[in-house]
Structure formats: structure tokens, C-alpha cells
Design a protein around this ligand. Structure first.
Ligand SMILES: [Zn+2]
Length: 55
């Protein structure tokens, strides 16, 4: 099942979607580091990942 994470830093509209939760986590960490110059709390990362159903 696909997993999705929508970045909620400021006005950031970045959305990451992948069939792999590990891939989403990896890409989110890279995004936060590169775009926001920081780190995401692992608990926030876990909480932010949603499983999405494809219509
Ligand atoms: Zn962002």
C-alpha cells in the first residue's frame, strides 16, 4: 500500500509518496535536511506518514 508524507514546515507544499515506508522516511529526511536545513523528529516522521488508498 502506498505511503505518503506531506511536509508541514512553514508554507512547504512538498509531498512524498512511495510504496515503501522506508523510502518515504529516507526521502523526507533528505528533503528536510536540504530544504529546511534541519532534522525531523523521528516521532513526527512516524506520525506524519499516512497510508493512502489508490482510487
Ligand atoms: Zn518541506
Amino acid at each position: 500500500m502506498p505511503h505518503q508524507f506531506a511536509c508541514s514546515e512553514g508554507n512547504c507544499q512538498f509531498v512524498i509518496r512511495s510504496s515503501s515506508a522506508d523510502e518515504v522516511k529516507r526521502l523526507v529526511r533528505a528533503h528536510v535536511r536540504m530544504t529546511h536545513g534541519g532534522r525531523i523528529d523521528p516521532a513526527d516522521l512516524e506520525r506524519g506518514i499516512e497510508r493512502i488508498e489508490l482510487a
